[in-house]
Design a protein around this ligand. Sequence first.
Ligand code: SF4
Length: 153
Amino acid sequence: MAGDGTVRLRGHHLLCLLTYRGLGYSPAFVRGMTAIAARLAAGATAEIVEGADDICAPLCAEQQHPHCHEATVPERDRQALTLVAAALGRPLGTGDRLVLDENIRARLRAAYAAGAFAPACALCEWQPLCRDIAAGGYRETLFHAAAAVTSPR
Ligand code: SF4
């Protein structure tokens, strides 16, 4: 986390946040990702970075899972950024900053459910679960639930 509260986020984690339901690689990872999802949903600025970010850097530190070092992951980041940029109709690359407000989250959820991000998720072990979560209306996802709390309708 940057000193100004900005959340450092790699490309494909923009997608993972959408379907995040509190499942992950380890209890420490889940605690960290849950906290970051809440911060972003509450309006914290995200800055796009290359490589390990505020979500997965703690996992690398645990050295229990080689996720960050898999050769496919940087390509997944690039694909995710390209597809998210297309879905949002704006350029998006390393160093860009954005607030993932409910309008953006809703547009990304709709695009994910429509399969727009499937190429970026193609080699991920979690894809069947994420696809089911999207098809089920994102029930019990924390990024979605946090939006409902911070933006009462
Ligand atoms: S399939 Fe993998 S990369 Fe895609 S959103 Fe789910 S966890 Fe993230």
